[in-house]
Design a protein around this ligand. Structure first.
Ligand code: BTN
Length: 233
């Protein structure tokens, strides 16, 4: 039986206390997709630093128009809305979010992680977390970056649908321990704040270096399927 223990928002807010980037936390039992809500609310006015967390998503989305399976009580599904200054190399921010996620998992779970382009987090060759980054440009003066993060935290092997069982993992499966969702989320936000600061201070090359240090498949021959054709390189 899947006993749902909701996220402890008071505990999370305590852990986030000295984190000026996070201005507002919205916690929902259920939503279609936290990214969809983030896009809707950002279209009208500034929501810089708003964090939207949902226990369950009925239409969670992944990259390349895939569904993101959202199991209540076991995973983390959240979106952070950021309105960064338009500094050079801002595009590194989405890779930076992957670096922050990898660092958070490494520090809370004592695991080695790898990053698969652009920001999927892999542990022992299986995917544990992913990021759907979307942006809204408002004229030439401002840009909203929507970072939707999904993490398989306390999933057991039987929680994954059949087609995911060989390719997905969770932090619990990888460590053999139940992992605090509040700890992972707070640590991600701390690590992301650091990366964000580096990028807006013009140190994007440091963030890129951290991404490259974890990059999977660099220097290896890979085969991809593009429009039903296999391309090796
Ligand atoms: C991927 O690996 O393809 C990206 C997955 C991103 C999933 C998260 S869950 C929270 C947010 N809301 C969504 O609908 N998607 C992202």
């Amino acid at each position: 039986m899947n006993r749902i223990k909701p996220l402890n928002i008071n505990l999370l807010e305590q852990k986030l206390h000295p984190l000026p980037l996070i201005k507002n936390v919205v916690y929902l039992d259920e939503i279609t997709s936290t990214n969809d809500l983030a896009k809707q609310i950002s279209a009208e006015k500034s929501h810089h630093g708003t964090l939207i967390i949902a226990e369950k998503q009925t239409a969670g989305r992944g990259r390349k128009a895939k569904n993101w399976f959202s199991l209540p009580g076991k995973g983390l599904y959240f979106t952070l809305i950021i309105e960064p200054p338009l500094v050079p190399n801002l595009q590194i921010l989405t890779l930076g979010a992957g670096v922050a996620l990898a660092r958070a998992i490494e520090s809370i779970c004592a695991l080695i992680t790898g990053l698969k382009w652009p920001n999927d987090v892999y542990i022992y060759n299986k995917k544990a977390a992913g990021i759907l980054a979307e942006s809204i440009t408002r004229g030439t003066k401002s840009m909203v970056v929507i970072l939707g993060v999904g993490i398989n935290v306390n999933h057991d092997p039987q929680d994954f649908e059949k087609e995911l069982s060989g390719i997905a993992t969770s932090l619990k499966i990888s460590t053999g321990k139940v992992i605090s969702r509040e700890d992972i989320l707070a640590e991600f936000l701390r690590k992301f704040t650091y990366v964000y600061q580096e990028i807006i201070e013009g140190k994007a090359s440091q963030v890129l270096k951290s991404w490259l240090n974890r990059a999977l498949y660099i220097g290896k021959e890979v085969t991809v399927v593009k429009e039903k054709t296999l391309i090796t390189g």
